[in-house]
Structures are given as C-alpha cells and as structure tokens.
Design a binder for this molecule. Structure first.
Ligand code: URA
Length: 464
C-alpha cells in the first residue's frame, strides 16, 4: 500500500527541518503537520529524525512545546471522565529507584473523595515501573478496557492501568525514533512525551514528582527544575492545575527495591508504618493532590487529611478493593508473605567501619535489573520476586562486615532462565549485582555534613 502523500500538504517537511535547524520558531500549524505526518506514516523516519535532532540542538519556545504536546495528545484518544462526580487528580514521577509512591497515593487520595485515574508505565532503564510492581500481585490485570477502567474508578475511586494503543500514538512513534537517534535527552521532547500521555487521562490536576540525584535521570538539580517548570507551564496552558515537587533520588526511596518487595513495603505504609522517607513523600504528594483537586484549602490542610486517612485504614481498604476489582489475589494483600518471594539471600557487607557518605543510586537500580527485576531488553519479562533490601542509607553508621543491603535472588537457575535467557544463571547474576552494590556505597570515617533534603523545592505559582 502506498503511503499518504505529504508533498501536496500546506508545508514542505524540508522547510520545517531547515527552519528549526536555523533556530527558527515553528507555528502550531507547522508542528501539528509534522506530528500528524509522523503518526500516519506519511513523513519518513529520516525526516522526523532530522527534525528531532534540530529540536535537541536548538530547543523550543514555551509556545512550541505546548503546540507539540497538544498535537501529540490529540494524535489519539483523550479519555472523557466527566461522568465522575468529583475532581480527578493524578501524580507523575520522572522515575527513580524504590520509587513506589503511586501504590500508596492512588488509594489514599481516592479514600479522601477525589478520583485518581492512573495510567502508568513499565520500568525504564535502571528505574522501576508501577505496572511491573502491580503485576507481582498474582492475577492483577493492568490491561483493562476503557469501560472496565470506568467501572473500577466508579466503584473504588481509583484504577491503575497501562497505556492503551489509542493513547498518544504519536508519542509511541516519536519515542521509538528518539531512542535510536540520540534524541531522548531534550527537556522539550521529554515534556511533550510525558504530558501528552498524562493529559490523555482527562484529569483536572496533576502533581509532578521530578527526581534529582544519583538515581534519577536528571542528575543535576537545575536540569530537574528546568523540566519541572516546563511541564508545569505546559499543563497550565492546557487548563490543568499543576505543581511540581523536586525530590531527592540520591539514595533508594524506602528500603525495598524490586517488584513484590516494593508492594510489601507499600502495604506497610498503608497500614500506617513503613520507612520514614517513603511515608513522608507519600503524605506530601497526597497533600498536594488534595490541594490541587480542591479537597483542601491549603497544602497543610491536605497534609492533615492525608495523615488522618492513612491512620484510619481507609487507604488500605481502597487498595484492597482495587486489587480485587482488577483480578488480583487479595490473600497476598492481607498476608504479604504470600507475595512472590525469592528463596536465596546474599548479603553485601561493609568493607570498613564508618558512615555511609554516598550511594551511587543508579547502580542499585541496575543491580535490580541484573537480578531480573527489570528489563535489559524491551521483550524481557520481569521476575517479581527478586530485589534488594537496603539496610544502610546516607548518614547511617556501619561496622566492618555489617550488611549494607541484602540481595533476594534464586538459588538455582531454573526460575530466572525463562525471564532472562542470556543473563547466565542466577548465582552469576547475584555475584554481578553484589559487586555493583558493594561499589555503589561510599563509606567515610565521619558522617556527612548533612543528608540531602527529601523535598528540594516546590514549583507552584500561587499561594499554598
Ligand atoms: N518518559 C517518557 O514517557 N518520555 C520521555 O521522553 C522520557 C521519559
């Protein structure tokens, strides 16, 4: 079948490539033309790739970024959730290690009376993905149809699913091209990619958790702030209530890294316990979701609401209900020891007495991928049971030989082989992970002058 003919359109693609190459500003119509042509295949990949590279090198104005986001959003289906009787809010994280707040936030905010329609992703690079975590609950279905998604939302206030084929198809095409042409690393392209998918959920408000530090994609705080401001402004231009929290990713969030282990840790938080940093970040993000969704007058009131709901057990009940409605085995939620678990433990001892000065956090995420808890290739399946339990975090005192963290892996290779065919057997994987983890810890004689703050700053224009 011949491809649609773009030569008869209102623009010549080569003129649009040249314009951006020379630092010009494209109109909404010109950007829309490119996105449409990319989606229907009438513009060849080499021309789109050339234009993407011109964007990486020349950047975009705020107007152009909004036009690109708008065109990508409308390349597919935009959900209409106006039938729901309260405001709809969501949170998006740019990705981290042990970053599991969605599983706590969605039921917590739903229990406070707002709706949380959450369309999530899978692990990317060294970071974990919400869908992979949820799928470690036996039977849990992330591939609901839109009518099923609506039903679960109506019944329990939240539903967590994967992206459908129909949402932002332009992003799927553009992302695949960016991935192989060295054009992922542009804040403008990242903003349009993330926001086109999130805005397709049909929410009224969105809180962004933009990670910075050694385990984040944006290692430098100024890059994280730039991206956050761009996303906030783009969302506001589209009529959404927006805020961004720049949060720390210099060490894993909480103690668990790995799919089922992270579900277990979220259940602890939903029962009112769990590690302080994870609990604190969940309460702050929920406070902002309540504030932006109009359920509280101030963020401080939102925080009180969040604490009350968590203490009441209502957030846990909502989580349990959602798991049941999406086909998950709730006996694993009532008794997390029934979640998939690995049979073997390997400790990573401290080489000396001292204090944890720093953690190369990306390496902790990579160690989890090596164990089979994430993907090395797109087609890999993930192992729900493996992972890392972190015992020592930045500033903690440690003695020589004391475990810094413990690897959860399989003792034989029968289980892991079907997941990662050419990773070698599981003991070799565990050995590689152990080396990487040992190297990722920096131990010093004195404690660090100060631990990085959990929340570095907040980007929000109004009073809060
Ligand atoms: N995540 C996305 O969805 N898109 C990007 O471009 C980068 C991260």
């Amino acid at each position: 079948m011949s491809q649609p003919n773009r030569s008869s359109g209102p623009f010549r693609v080569i003129d649009l490539i040249r314009k951006k190459r020379d630092g010009g500003v494209l109109s909404a119509a010109e950007i829309g033309y490119l996105v449409e042509g990319c989606t229907d295949g009438s513009i060849p990949d080499y021309q789109m790739a050339a234009w993407l590279m011109a964007v990486v090198l020349r950047g975009m104005t705020r107007e152009e970024t909004a036009s690109l986001t708008h065109a990508m959003l409308h390349s597919g289906e935009v959900l209409d959730l106006s039938f729901l009787p309260a405001k709809k809010v969501d949170k998006h994280s740019t990705g981290g290690v042990g970053d599991k707040t969605s599983l706590v936030l969605a039921p917590l905010v739903a229990a406070g009376g707002l709706f949380v329609p959450m369309i999530s992703g899978r692990g990317l690079g060294h970071t974990g993905g919400t869908l992979d975590k949820l799928e470690s609950i036996p039977g849990f279905r992330v591939g609901l149809s839109v009518p099923e998604f609506h039903r679960v939302l109506k019944a329990c206030g939240t539903s967590m699913i994967g992206q459908t084929e129909k949402i932002a198809p332009a992003d799927r095409k553009l992302y695949a091209l960016r991935d192989v042409t060295g054009t992922v690393e542009s804040p403008y392209l990242i903003c349009a990619s993330i926001m086109s998918k999130k805005l397709a959920e049909g929410t009224d408000a969105l809180v962004l958790d933009v990670k910075t530090g050694s385990g984040a994609f944006m290692k430098k705080e100024e890059d994280a702030v730039f991206l956050a401001e761009l996303m906030v402004e783009t969302g506001e231009r589209m009529g959404k209530q927006m805020a961004a929290l720049i949060t720390d990713m210099n060490e894993p969030l909480g103690r668990m890294v790995g799919n089922a282990l992270e579900v277990e840790e979220c259940i602890e938080v939903l029962h009112g316990g769990g590690p302080t940093d994870l609990r604190e970040l969940c309460l702050e993000l929920a406070a902002w979701m309540f504030f932006l969704g109009g359920a509280s007058k101030t963020v401080a009131q939102g925080r009180q609401l969040s604490e009350g709901i968590l203490a009441s057990g209502k957030a846990f009940e909502r989580f349990r209900q959602m798991v049941e409605l999406q086909g998950g085995d709730i006996s694993t939620i009532d008794d997390p020891t029934r979640l998939p678990s690995a049979d073997h433990r390997v400790e990573v001892p401290s080489p000396q007495d001292g204090y944890v000065a720093a953690i190369a956090c990306e390496q902790v995420g990579t160690a989890c991928v090596i164990l089979g808890g994430g993907r090395e290739r797109k087609e890999d399946s993930v192992d729900p049971a493996v992972g890392i339990v972190v015992h020592k975090k930045i500033g903690d005192k440690v003695s020589a030989g004391e475990p810094l963290c413990t690897i959860h892996c399989h003792a034989d290779h029968s289980h892991a082989d079907h997941c990662h065919a050419d990773h070698g057997h599981s003991e070799a994987q565990a050995a590689r992970a152990k080396t990487l983890l040992a190297e990722s810890y920096q131990i010093a004689a004195a404690p660090p002058a100060q631990k990085p703050a959990l929340i570095h700053r907040v980007i929000y224009k109004g009073e809060h």
